[in-house]
Design a protein around this ligand. Sequence first.
Ligand code: P53
Length: 479
Amino acid sequence: MSKKMPKDFLWGGAIAAHQAEGAYKVDGRGLSIADVMTAGGNGIRRQITSGILDNAYYPNHEAIDFYHHYKEDIQLFKELGLKCFRTSISWSRIFPVGDEQEPNEKGLQFYDDLFDELLENGIEPVITLSHFEIPYGIYEKFGGFQNKKVIDLFVHFAKCVFERYKDKVTYWMTFNEINNQADGQDPLHVWTNSAMIIDEGQNKEELVFQAGINELIASAKAVCEGKKINPDFKIGCMMAYVPVYPYSCNPGDMMASVKANERRYFYSDIHVRGKIPTYATKYWEKKGLNIVVTEQELEVLRQGTVDYIGFSYYMSGAISTLKDIPGHETADIPGAKIVKNPYIESSDWDWPIDAVGLRYVLNTVYQRYDVPLFIVENGFGAYDKLTENGEIHDDYRINYLKSHIEQLEKAVIEDGVPVIGYTPWGVIDIVSFGSGEMEKRYGMIYVDKDNEGNGTLKRSKKKSFEWYQHVIATNGSDL
Ligand code: P53
């Protein structure tokens, strides 16, 4: 038995266009749905404004100005030893409103330059097509993914970039964290995944399922088109796996856990197996939800299955049906509550920290689907403090990453789970998606900028930089 990680394992780092690039109006780019999200804070919601207001602060407009700094950043990635780098294409750089026939050449050129720069430095690009950054015009003109016309707009965009970068990119993913809209409870996730705003009085569940199904159809069509353009493409889906454990061995808790996980698996079940699961159709029937899917679309779902599952892993959750355990009710599973797991700690943002959960996810997901897996996000958002001489001793981040990599290696080496690579989130500090803060930092590279937008944007290495550099250099054998 090999006791080592595979030689070609893709150690990397990950960001997303809207959280890093800035340059939101440069070179013909149109507004994206991320550009109308204000800054929130730890425990303070971001607001979605109607267009751009003069008196509000939008952290994504400048972000870390990766658009103008990528060459210097790639030099740092190279020094770190990254084998791959995950980012996304800002759809509104390519189709500024979303329904144009002809793409914006300057937008395409930017990604040509970015991918060339990565490849010249020995770093393989791993690309998400839609990472929470649908053109704002798609919301304004079509109301987002509830509208089936948007399927074709996405496929048109996908074909355009597949064609353009067919010799530069092998690993693609269609929709980032497509399942993070599953329960429709969180308006921010519904907005960023589907470009939809749901009014009071509308059937939220029906709209969220309909948009989700439409995205799954769009993804499957894109997979089919991509394979025609380059049969060697590896096209994956992208899931947020937050496993929901049963709080106890009470059979009610066990069953509640199965049901809660089902809601999150729904998307990968279709992406990988190419058909709508019966638990979903039964649920639609029970709730009287009218979800429109044609015979032809069902065939597309069968044809356009993915090659691998990319996923984010940050935390686990727990569920209980026991009366005396405090928690909050969940609309999808009557009688059950989402509860705190007493065995694990949480971050400053209350995100549970559960390294073993990563091995649990790798095993259960591989057992369910039997396809290769790619951990495309994992990391620790934390406040970093500079020492007097400007250093950052982020041992908390090193501990988080180390404990998760240990579990990843157990899954690969002991359990035999095929994992393509590991790209820690926000390898360089970027704007937080959930809170809009700059100071919820994930990076091994510090960026001098604060929550109000002040700072020089200067990049510097944290202690975790040197640590991760050594992890990569030893192919994960010395953590
Ligand atoms: P921030 C929730 C649960 C799991 C993953 O998140 C999540 C979220 C979003 O709040 O999102 C992913 O920046 C997402 C990234 C995001 C990252 O997690 O809120 O794909 O865009 O930045 C971390 O701390």
